[in-house]
Design a protein around this ligand. Structure first.
Ligand SMILES: Nc1ncnc2c1ncn2[C@@H]1O[C@H](COP(=O)(O)OP(=O)(O)OP(=O)(O)O)[C@@H](O)[C@H]1O
Ligand SMILES: [Mg+2]
Length: 234
């Protein structure tokens, strides 16, 4: 069973066709990277997968179930692309991480602290999030997802704003989660993916559809991060 299964998905913004015949699958244990030019529809695709937007046509299944019937959203973690607005309320890093555990039982503070340690932010647990830097806030939002132990992670540019060391730390965490059975679909332009090519797949969304990039196309993308490799099938 695929954790995400999308068949022939189409979507319009006000009559303007954005996605046209998108199909993709993500399995348990897989880390899949989704790339593509700015404005190609990557964030929109994630919003369709979490049900925030309704497709014009096609099908989305999560854990084998059509999303219209899917109710087990606790299994799904979502990191949005624009987190600036989230920093404007008076809460500590620890409190933000704990909001990801709402309704759960057990030692929640312990779980939150463990997640903060994973992303190297335990020293900032009592800091107001409005006083954190962009990269630090990014780590806190990741800790919030990690604490919740989701089975599916949908991450919109999780590496944005992270320094090289933090990126490597994040890849380490994500690959470990995948090894433990999570499925992860990550939107990213990050070229430090180069070192991890053998461990994950890369999909490219361009001109409304998704193609998987082969080794040569990936090498080209990595050589010139602003160039996109085109639609050739692999
Ligand atoms: N709420 C909206 N109403 C109308 N058009 C929108 C809306 N949100 C996004 N769009 C348009 O849809 C297109 C795709 O946007 P989307 O945010 O999905 O792109 P993206 O691939 O994530 O880009 P980026 O790499 O810059 O994050 C863009 O042209 C954008 O202007
Ligand atoms: Mg986006």
């Amino acid at each position: 069973m695929n954790t995400i299964e999308i068949k022939n998905l189409s979507f319009d913004y006000n009559g303007l066709c954005l996605l046209d015949g998108v199909s993709l699958e993500v399995k348990r244990g897989e880390l899949v990277r989704l790339t593509g030019p700015n404005g190609s529809g990557k964030s929109t695709l994630l919003k369709l997968i979490i049900g925030e937007l309704q497709p014009k046509g096609g099908r989305i299944r999560l854990f084998g179930q059509d999303i219209s019937a899917f109710r087990d959203w606790r299994k799904v973690g979502y990191l949005t692309q624009n987190k600036a607005g989230q920093a404007n309320f008076p809460a500590s890093a620890m409190e933000v991480v704990m909001t990801g555990l709402y309704g759960e039982k057990g030692n929640l503070r312990g779980r939150a602290l463990e997640a903060l340690k994973l992303v190297g932010m335990e020293g900032h647990k009592d800091a107001l999030i409005g006083r954190l830097s962009g990269g630090q806030l990014q780590r806190i939002m990741m800790a919030r997802l990690l604490a919740a132990r989701h089975e599916l992670l949908l991450l919109d540019e999780p590496m944005a704003g992270l320094d090289a060391e933090a990126c490597e730390m994040m890849y380490g965490i994500l690959f470990r989660l995948a090894e433990e059975g999570a499925a992860c679909l990550m939107v990213s332009h990050d070229i430090s993916w180069r070192a991890h090519i053998p461990r994950g797949r890369t999909l490219c969304l361009e001109y409304g559809s998704v193609v998987e990039l082969g080794r040569e196309q990936l090498a080209r993308e990595m050589e010139n991060r602003h160039a996109h490799p085109g639609r050739a099938k692999v």
